[in-house]
Design a protein around this ligand. Structure first.
Ligand code: DGY
Length: 320
């Protein structure tokens, strides 16, 4: 009997995924769910044939070069791969996969929650009622920004961006987008393409970010670009913290240039940016875009599909 490949599952993925993984792999599972340092990742690599990490495990170039040659594949449990130095991994002959598609709906629904919560002042309202401080009502009380029928700009019209556009249509929003290339008619579904990002910003009463974090998109939403948005606009980020210059966003939220922001991602995670906590017009969540039972199972299964293909000598569907 040939032995099973040894698979290191770096975090506590779903029970159904663990159960399935155990059938095909000798699994080392981080049941205590602690974060491993780069040195520990390097040390662990001599014991395993494959790693199934999340976006929390960082494979920078200097880590990758010290990985043990035994490691053949990194099957990410995430769609975003900005935590991996892909060219360095490829140069080492290590296959890298991700989990696209399966988390698009969950992430877009959370982006919508962020947008609604930010626009309709969910932070202030919830706190007021919860603390027993709700002692007043008037037509002028807690007036927010209406989402239904407004214009939304989407940066990055991949799978999550398209799911966000579907949600927005359900609210009668006029959808505009900027993407590397224009979508086909059946995918565009009447959305207005802006080849030029600045042109999109000018019409985005609500702006939702759905592009990957790369060196080109780091600080994409800086002071200059925020200034191009309509006064009182709302910025939503459920993609990656690196896309936003947080200091510039804080200035815009304090001045009222932006009326609110909904954020699930931060430059520094876990933890976020404590400066946002002082602002009532920021609705924040702790990077939980894909955190539903259905989607966690689907992500685990997709990562395992990629591993199964690799170890049976086929090309994984999500090979990067
Ligand atoms: C992703 O898949 O990229 C999500 O942000 C969770 O890691």
């Amino acid at each position: 009997m040939t032995s099973k490949p040894v698979l290191w599952i770096t975090r506590r993925i779903s029970d159904a995924s663990i159960e399935r993984a155990k059938k095909s792999y000798d699994c080392i599972i981080n049941y205590e769910d602690r974060l491993y340092s780069a040195d520990e990742i390097i040390e662990m690599s001599s014991r395993v044939d494959a790693i199934l990490p999340c976006h929390s495990e960082v494979f920078r170039g200097d880590t990758v070069e010290k990985l043990h040659p035994r490691v053949k594949i990194i099957a990410n449990h995430s769609v975003g791969v900005d935590h991996c130095d892909i060219p360095a991994l490829k140069a080492r002959g290590i296959a890298v996969t991700n989990t696209p598609d399966v988390l698009s709906d969950a992430t877009a629904e959370l982006a919508f929650l962020l947008m609604l919560g930010a626009a309709r002042r969910a932070v202030e309202g919830d706190r007021m009622v919860r603390k027993g401080e709700w002692d007043f009502w008037s037509p002028a009380f807690m007036v927010g920004k209406q989402v239904s029928g407004s214009r939304i700009g989407i940066i990055g019209m991949g799978r999550v961006g398209q799911a966000m556009a579907r949600n927005a249509r359900g609210f009668g929003m006029e959808v505009h987008y900027h993407n590397r290339s224009r979508l086909s008619d059946d995918k565009e579904m009447g959305a207005v393409f802006h080849e030029d990002l600045d042109s999109l910003l000018g019409v985005s009463d609500f702006l939702s970010l759905h592009c990957p974090a790369t060196p080109e998109t780091t600080d994409l939403m800086n002071a200059e670009r925020i200034a191009m948005m309509p006064d009182g606009a709302v910025l939503v980020n459920s993609a990656r913290g690196a896309l936003v210059d947080e200091d510039a966003l804080i200035v815009a939220l304090e001045s009222g240039k932006l009326s609110a922001a909904g954020l699930d991602c931060f430059v520094s995670e876990p933890g976020g940016n404590p400066k946002f906590s002082k602002l009532d017009n920021v609705f924040m969540l702790p990077h939980i875009g894909s955190a539903t039972v259905t989607t966690r199972d689907a992500m685990g299964f997709r990562a395992l599909d990629n591993l199964d293909a690799f170890f049976s000598g086929n090309e994984p569907k999500d090979l990067l």
